[in-house]
Design a protein around this ligand. Sequence first.
Ligand SMILES: Cc1cc2nc3c(=O)[nH]c(=O)nc-3n(C[C@H](O)[C@H](O)[C@H](O)COP(=O)(O)O)c2cc1C
Length: 193
Amino acid sequence: MQFKNVFLGRRSIRRYQDKEVPLSVIAEVLDLAGYAPSSGNLQNWKFIIVTDKEKKQELADACLQQSWMSEAPVHIVICNDHEDVKTHYGKLGRMYSIQNCANVAMGIMLAAYDQGLGSCWVGSFDNEAVQRILSIPEEMDPEIILTIGYSEETKTPSLREDPRDITYFNKWGEKTSFFPSHLEQLKKKIKRK
Ligand SMILES: Cc1cc2nc3c(=O)[nH]c(=O)nc-3n(C[C@H](O)[C@H](O)[C@H](O)COP(=O)(O)O)c2cc1C
C-alpha cells in the first residue's frame, strides 16, 4: 500500500470482526515497527500480546471500563522498560522513554493497517491494575495498549488542523504566503460531509 494511503486510511477502530489474527501477521507487524527511532537506539519497549478472552475483559475493565476493547481479537500492551533510558539521559530519560514507546506504537498501527488490520490506541488505564493482570514487574511501566483486529467499521479520514494555521517560519508567529496544500481536495470532501 502507498504510504500516503496508509497514513490517511488508518483510523481508530473500536468494532472488530470475530476473526482470528494469525500470530505470524502480528509478528511481521512487530518486526517492522521495531525500526521506529528511539533515543540512543535504546529500543526500551517490550510487548505483551494478549489473546486470552478473560484477560482482555480484565484489561478492558482496567481501561476505565472501555468494554468495546474485549471484542478486539488482540491487545498489544507496550511496556516501557525505562531504566536504561534514565541511566543514559538523566532527567530527560523519563520523557524520552515515553516518546520512544509512542514511536513504536505508531509504527505498529501503521504496519497493522498495511496488513489490512484496524487498531486503536488506548491510553487511559489503571497502571497498577494492568501490571497485576499481566504480571508485569514493578519497574516496568505499561505505557500504551493497542487493540488490533479486522475492522467491522468503515471510516474515512477525519478532519485535521490545516498546517497553514499552525505552522510558522523561522520564528513564532511568522507566516509565509507560499505553503501549498497537498490535501485540499480531501479536506473539502471531509468538510462537505
Ligand atoms: C495518547 C492517546 C491516548 C488515547 N486513548 C484512547 C482511549 O483511552 N480510548 C480510545 O477509545 N481512544 C483513545 N485514543 C484514540 C484517539 O481518540 C484517536 O486517535 C483520535 O480521536 C483521532 O482519531 P483517529 O485515530 O481515528 O484518527 C488515544 C490516542 C492517543 C494518541
